[in-house]
Design a protein around this ligand. Structure first.
Ligand SMILES: [Zn+2]
Length: 153
């Protein structure tokens, strides 16, 4: 998993908290996301993008890490506890401070929400999409976000 990370230094990747991945239901996940329990402003996301496994390091402001806002996740469109997460761009642009930010479910459980495996805390706006369509929309939004992080400049 560590080898997949594209937008942080090797030292940061070595020190990164990685949860126990044994038993992870990969077939039900569009991406694997987690927060560092000892540093809640650090979040990580691993997914397939263009046939390759990619890992993205994300940062939250201290305020967002403490108290997520009640808003819509830009990836899975669940209305609930979401936090602005900022990813440094891969390569030189990221080292020069360029980054991409988006609102993501604070628990990074978008894959579970779109499949109805985890229920959001609050009632959702009515939606007519099937689970497959919701999964496809999540994958599409995730792909756009990944492309923005990976694209230089
Ligand atoms: Zn979400």
């Amino acid at each position: 998993v560590r080898a997949a990370f594209v937008n942080q230094s090797q030292g940061e990747t070595r020190r990164m908290h990685v949860p126990d991945l044994v038993g992870t239901p990969w077939d039900r996940l569009d991406f694997l996301g987690w927060r560092d329990p000892r540093a809640p402003h650090r979040a990580y996301l691993v997914t397939e993008h263009d046939g390759e496994t990619r890992g993205i390091a994300l940062r939250l402001t201290e305020a967002a890490a403490r108290r997520p806002r009640s808003t819509m996740c830009a990836l899975c469109l669940t209305v609930g506890e979401a936090a602005l997460m900022v990813a440094p761009r891969a390569g030189k642009p990221g080292r020069n401070g360029s980054s991409v930010g988006t609102y993501v479910c604070a628990d990074l459980a978008c894959s579970l929400y779109v499949r109805g495996i985890r229920r959001p805390a609050r009632a959702q706006p009515p939606e007519t999409l099937t689970t497959e369509q919701r999964v496809a929309r999540l994958e599409s939004n995730l792909g756009v976000f990944l492309a923005r992080v990976l694209r230089g400049g």
